[in-house]
Design a protein around this ligand. Structure first.
Ligand code: ZN
Length: 158
């Protein structure tokens, strides 16, 4: 189960997290879904950096524009959870995009979930149900992918 701390450390442009898994960090992005790679590339262009770490949780260090992914997520994917890493990285990217939008109140609320649905491949969205089920369900995330939630259906679309 991913857990996160959101740090607000003093800015330091050369900040690097502890416990970097060099091998996986160098290869970061390999074998991820093109949709997720596109998000990573866009965030890279905005100054975000990604590190795979031998820690027990991922973190988004907003002030430093650094995202960490725990290396156990690779193992989780390799042991019968296809697309798990796509979801994990998408989840962290969604936090980064909300930070870029100065949406500091987003947390795991509606605007966060909309961002996640945009980034994460449909087939991997289900993993959010194990993490923030109430908000995920409210925002149309199901075991089979995204379904427009009732409260977002506009009358003019019917
Ligand atoms: Zn989160």
């Amino acid at each position: 189960m991913p857990r996160e701390y959101f740090y607000s450390d003093t800015a330091a442009s050369n900040f690097t997290p502890n416990c970097i898994n060099n091998e996986l960090t160098v290869a970061f992005g390999m074998n991820l879904h093109p949709q997720v790679v596109a998000a990573i590339n866009e965030l890279n262009s905005k100054g975000w950096r990604f590190f795979v770490v031998t820690q027990n949780r991922g973190r988004a260090y907003y002030r430093h524009k650094v995202i960490t992914i725990p290396d156990w997520a690779y193992k989780r994917q390799a042991t019968g959870n296809p697309g798990y890493l796509d979801w994990y990285v998408s989840h962290e990217c969604a936090h980064a995009y909300r930070a870029e939008a100065n949406d500091w109140a987003a947390n795991h609320g509606d605007s966060f979930m909309e961002e996640l649905v945009r980034i994460c491949p449909d087939s991997s969205l289900k993993y959010e149900l194990n993490y923030k089920p109430r908000n995920a369900i409210r925002n149309g995330i199901t075991a089979d992918g995204y379904v427009i939630p009732q409260h977002k259906i506009r009358l003019e679309d019917l």
